[in-house]
Every structure is written in structure tokens, then in C-alpha cells.
Design a binder for this molecule. Structure first.
Ligand code: ADP
Ligand code: MG
Length: 234
């Protein structure tokens, strides 16, 4: 499903180049549910940005279902991302002036009929145990409920690849556990590949497969930061 080959990514900061990712080879199979753990600054978000094509790798290849996002035109890439990748972020990113269901409807294909659209949204809100909250504004929902709306928005178009960046990072322990359970439940089965990056070890423990970012990435972000500290001290 996902194949990364020879990918390098760094950032230019103040005239110097800081390497962040160096991934010789990494594959994720269809239907895998994978938690990538690693400390803050180790390149987890950068990795998801490179996978989704939001950021371009400096070199190497990223293939999703045999397709290379960076060989596409910008509009083809946007279309591919909208239909094939669901993205869940730590801070939900719901539009405050829209109701929960309107926040979901804006990512649905415009050509879908209104009855089909309504039924599909209703059934997903039921599955996420939010059936009675779909006409509420984000401000009228708890943080856990807001994240459940963001999960529905990521899954409504049934994307084969779901990426989540610290989805429980701003939730208390109990709510985090509930959201993790829901995400795994809704992504069950072969048709969804789920990659979560997190430093929440409780969340990672619920995943059938866990990998530390240092097993994928040859650059140790923590050492790099420690090194930068030393340089400053000198
Ligand atoms: P994580 O998600 O694991 O906390 P990130 O991928 O966000 O780590 O960041 C990895 C490193 O890359 C950090 O040291 C961060 O400061 C740096 N970084 C991330 N984005 C940029 C950017 N746009 N410009 C410069 N440095 C960046
Ligand atoms: Mg991050």
C-alpha cells in the first residue's frame, strides 16, 4: 500500500541544512494498523507530511498504491489526497461556524445527491456514537466529541489510507483511550490502512503493530538536538 524508498528530507534554517528524515526503505501493507512512536522533534509529523504529499521529499520516492504523488500535477495530487487519504490532527481543525455535520459535508463529493449525503452522514454519526450531536457547533461539544467529528470527516469518503498525527495529544487519558478505541473500530478490516504517530504509549499499546521512528529513520532527532545544544554551549 505504502512504499518509501531512499527518502531524505531536511530543512534550511538560518543558512544551515538540518537533516530530519533519512529512510532507506519502508513498506506498510494494506490493512495494517500501525502506531509510530518517538519523542517530540524526531520527525513524526514531517514523515506524515511527506507521505501525504503536503511536503516534497528532497530525494527518493513515496508510492501509495503504486502511484507517486510527486509525479502528479498539483490538482491531481489534491484530488488524490481528498479521495484516498484521511488526515486526523491533534487539534481537530473544525470550522467553528459550521455544525458538526456541515464540517463533515464540506469534504464530501459535490456531485453526491442530497438524500444519499444525509443518510451517509447520519450513519457515520451513529457509528461514532454522536447521533444526537450532529447539528451542534464545535463549541457545544467536548474535546473528545470534537475529535470524533474530525475522525468522521477523515473517514467519510472511505479513504484507503488514514494518517493521524498525535490524535489524542490534547485529550485526557480516559477520552484518549475512548478515541483510540473508536478509531481502531472504524478503521477495522482490510480496506483501511491506519498509520498513527504518537508519543502516547497507552495509545500505541492498543495497536496490533508498533514501530519506533528510529527503526524507520536513520537520523536520530534527539541526538541532533543534543548536538545542537552542545554547539550552542561552545
Ligand atoms: P515531531 O512531529 O516528531 O515532533 P517534526 O516532524 O514536527 O517532529 O519536526 C522534526 C524536526 O524538524 C524538529 O526539530 C523541527 O523543529 C524541525 N522542523 C519541522 N518543520 C520545520 C520547518 N518547516 N522548518 C524548519 N524546521 C522544521
Ligand atoms: Mg509532531
Amino acid at each position: 500500500m505504502l512504499h518509501i524508498h531512499g527518502v531524505k528530507k531536511g530543512f534550511h534554517v538560518g543558512g544551515s541544512h538540518i537533516p530530519i528524515l533519512d529512510i532507506p526503505q519502508w513498506k506498510v501493507s494494506r490493512g495494517e494498523k500501525l502506531a509510530i512512536i518517538g519523542p517530540s522533534g524526531s520527525g513524526k509529523s514531517t514523515l506524515l507530511h511527506v507521505i501525504s504529499g503536503i511536503l516534497r521529499a528532497d530525494q527518493g520516492e513515496v508510492q501509495i498504491d503504486g502511484q507517486q504523488l510527486h509525479r502528479m500535477t498539483e490538482s491531481a495530487r489534491d484530488g488524490f489526497r481528498a479521495s484516498r487519504i484521511g488526515y486526523i490532527l491533534q487539534d481537530f481543525h473544525l470550522i467553528p461556524s459550521l455544525t458538526a455535520r456541515q464540517n463533515v459535508e464540506i469534504v464530501m463529493p459535490g456531485k453526491m445527491g442530497s438524500a444519499e449525503r444525509r443518510d451517509r452522514v447520519d450513519s457515520w454519526f451513529e457509528r461514532a456514537r454522536l447521533g444526537d450531536r450532529s447539528r451542534h457547533l464545535p463549541s457545544q461539544l467536548s474535546r473528545g466529541q470534537q475529535q470524533r467529528v474530525a475522525i468522521i470527516r477523515a473517514l467519510i469518503n472511505e479513504p484507503p489510507l488514514v494518517l493521524a498525527d498525535e490524535p489524542t495529544g490534547s485529550l485526557d487519558w480516559e477520552t484518549a483511550d475512548e478515541v483510540t478505541g473508536l478509531l481502531l473500530e472504524l478503521c477495522r478490516g482490510e480496506q483501511h490502512t491506519l498509520i498513527v504517530v504518537t508519543h502516547d504509549l497507552n495509545m500505541a499499546d492498543r495497536f496490533p503493530k508498533r514501530v519506533h521512528i528510529s527503526e524507520i529513520n536513520a537520523i536520530d532527532g534527539v541526538k541532533r538536538l543534543a548536538g545542537a545544544g552542545k554547539e550552542r554551549a561552545i
